[in-house]
Write a protein that binds this ligand. Structure first.
Ligand code: NAD
Length: 291
């Protein structure tokens, strides 16, 4: 038996006890997938996977703040989003290596009456063999991918906790490289394993504050970043890039590389009411790659 007591909490009578739990079973699929009135920040959202996530969140009714190293691209992407999807969206400069930049985002978020969703998406993946990997290479990748994710989680948790907030969802874009190894990317693999661990730890720690913490683990996704990385490692002709995508796509059970919206749809699921009882875990979005 369920009886509403407000605030989404209901008294649930089991065999032995009666306890208040957050039960949203009565909500329609439509309302569970909507983000109307929600405010979301997406780091590295000016292009690629982050931009695709911004698109789906805006379509679902959220106001999006795109925070990117390239502040101008972030503003242009936000303006484009507003033009095509409607709603109020903003772009701002943020280097996730810099804690002062996070304070500027905090001020923007506070003036917009807080945030409900924070996506740690900014990341880089420059290939490097171990014998060519300097400490600077290691630090750069781990500063952006892991330390930047920690700084994002810490700020998001502060904004989502009383007195500023009453909960929310933190979603990090990890990688299948956070769940398995890969040659010539030891710094990246280590950073993404770190993101998966951070998600586990904070999922537990922030649950009492009504903050869910999840991560996604995409396989190869066709983005401007992948194209640039491929060009930098010598495959700069269109044919070489297509051959690279075909070769890697063939190793994925569903037979192709992903596109950014493949990840964005799962991101929408993760932050929506559909995933109301999920926290502390990493969801593969990989066409079966790690199966
Ligand atoms: N594309 C893939 O195959 C793939 C697979 C698994 C995981 N991922 C992860 O997805 C995320 C996005 O990847 P993508 O392929 O869309 O990348 P991308 O290079 O196409 O876009 C990344 C965005 O992040 C921004 N950025 C870079 N450094 C930043 C910094 N220091 N501070 C703030 N913003 C910064 C860039 O300006 C850019 O707009 C990354 O975390 C990446 O590790 C990508």
């Amino acid at each position: 038996m369920r009886r509403s007591v407000g605030n989404g909490l209901k008294w649930v009578r089991g065999k032995r006890n009666i306890m208040p739990i957050s039960d949203i079973s009565d909500l329609s699929l439509h309302s569970l997938t909507r983000l109307d009135g929600k405010r979301a920040v997406i780091t590295g959202g000016a292009r690629g996977i982050g931009l695709a996530i911004a698109e789906r969140f805006a379509e679902a009714g959220a106001s999006v703040l795109i925070a990117d190293l390239d502040g101008r691209a972030a503003q242009m992407s936000a303006a484009d989003l507003a033009r095509r999807r409607g709603g109020v969206h903003q772009g701002a400069a943020l280097d996730v290596r810099n804690s002062e930049d996070f304070e500027s985002i905090a001020k923007l978020a506070e003036s917009a009456r807080g945030i409900d969703i924070w996506v740690n998406n900014a990341g880089i993946y420059p290939p490097r063999s171990l014998d060519e990997m300097s400490e600077e290479h290691w630090d750069l990748v781990n500063d952006i991918n892991l330390r930047g994710c920690f700084l994002g989680c810490r700020l998001a948790a502060r904004l989502m906790s009383p007195p500023l907030g009453t909960g929310g969802v933190i979603l990090s874009v990890a990688s299948v490289s956070g769940l398995r190894g890969r040659a010539n990317l030891a710094h990246y693999v280590a950073s993404k394993h770190g993101v998966v661990g951070l998600t586990r730890a904070l999922g537990i720690e922030l649950a009492p504050k009504n903050i869910r913490v999840l991560a996604l683990a995409p396989t190869l996704v066709v983005t401007p970043g992948v194209e640039a990385a491929q060009a930098n490692s010598g495959g700069d002709s269109g044919d070489a890039y297509r051959a690279f995508l075909d070769r890697l796509g063939a190793t994925i059970p569903l037979g192709r590389a992903g596109v950014p919206d493949d990840v964005a749809r799962v991101a929408l699921f993760a932050v929506s009411g559909l995933a109301h009882f999920m926290t502390g875990c990493t969801i593969p979005v990989d066409g079966g790659a790690i199966a």
